[in-house]
Design a protein around this ligand. Structure first.
Ligand SMILES: [Zn+2]
Length: 312
């Protein structure tokens, strides 16, 4: 390729960036656009950070760090942050919050106990900052000697924080994944944040390690009775209530298919071969993870419900 073509190509690329800029600016913050231009021009994969901040709605933003997401809410009275994810992500977020909003962090809320979401809390810590989780999540972090900031406020069933003109409703729906995994409803933006036990646009994770499938179904049903307009998960896509409804339908269909297969005396390899849920084949990782999802539900039904020990 000669220089003329390279120059022309670069010109077209720049033109496209300018054309896209007004559209991108609505959905993505200027930082992201700048970071992407930096990526394109630097051409160095080591410098390409997988961090970004998206405005979700009103005063609610989403932090993406690789495959992980958390949300934060900006108010006049300060910022409410959720999962710090890890030390590097929390450091990046802390810097961006100071640069863009100039408001102090007031609360950090952990969605549940798992270290791949709750590590890095100490990076966000400071005078007057409260860390909140469900009591079971706090207990687990202490029992397992987790190296993150331990929450100083816990709750059992639900709790509401009032900050500025906004509120956050925290609710525990029972066992679903890990320990003390809660939903967070941000008002008045009407954004719901749930980690791991609701995932949109992608299959539930592999063989559902640590998941209570019946609990996931029950908790998702409970969430669907709440008023919210936008859903943000700890992984994969954001969506609307109808998407959460569709996710619930997937879980129910998967559960029913595996249960009925076991009751019809089919073994796991047969179930993995025969169960197809092709209405959901648009979900990311459908082919790869469907047999693993089946295995996860099978294991739960055998270990928890003792389905192979039924006398009938
Ligand atoms: Zn997760």
């Amino acid at each position: 390729m000669n220089k003329q073509y390279i120059a022309k190509g670069f010109g077209i690329l720049l033109g496209l960036l300018f054309l896209c800029a007004p559209v991108l600016a609505q959905e993505y913050p200027i930082d992201l656009i700048r970071d992407n231009i930096y990526r394109l021009t630097a051409g160095n994969p080591v410098l390409a950070q997988e961090y970004r901040i998206d405005l979700i709605r009103d005063n609610i933003y989403r932090l993406t760090a690789g495959n992980y997401c958390s949300v934060f809410m900006v108010t006049e009275a300060g910022i409410v942050v959720t999962d710090p994810i890890n030390k590097a992500a929390a450091s990046w977020l802390k810097r961006k919050l100071a640069q863009r909003f100039g408001k102090p962090i007031r609360y950090v809320i952990y969605s549940h106990n798992h270290p791949d979401h709750t590590y890095g809390g100490e990076v966000l810590d400071g005078v007057g900052i409260n860390f909140i989780s469900h009591q079971l999540a706090r207990e687990d972090l202490i029992h397992t000697k987790a190296q993150t900031r331990i929450p100083n406020i816990v709750f059992k069933d639900d709790m509401t924080l009032f900050i500025g003109d906004s509120r956050v409703h925290l609710r525990y729906h029972g066992t679903n994944n890990g320990r003390g995994s809660i939903s967070m409803l941000f008002e008045p933006a009407s954004v719901l944040y749930v980690v791991d036990w609701i995932v949109l646009g992608r299959m539930p994770y592999k063989d559902l390690q640590g998941y209570d499938i019946q609990g996931m179904i029950d908790s998702t049903r409970a969430v669907l009775n709440m008023d919210f307009e936008v859903f943000v998960g700890g992984h994969a896509k954001a969506g609307q209530k109808k998407d959460v409804r569709r996710y619930l339908k997937y879980l129910e269909t998967l559960y029913d298919a595996v249960r009925d297969g076991i009751l019809a005396r089919q073994d796991l390899p047969t179930l993995q071969k025969e169960i197809r849920l092709d209405t959901y084949r648009d979900l990311a990782m459908y082919e790869e993870w469907l047999p693993l999802n089946i295995k996860g539900v099978y294991r739960t039904l055998v270990d928890e419900s003792y389905l192979l020990m039924r006398p009938d």
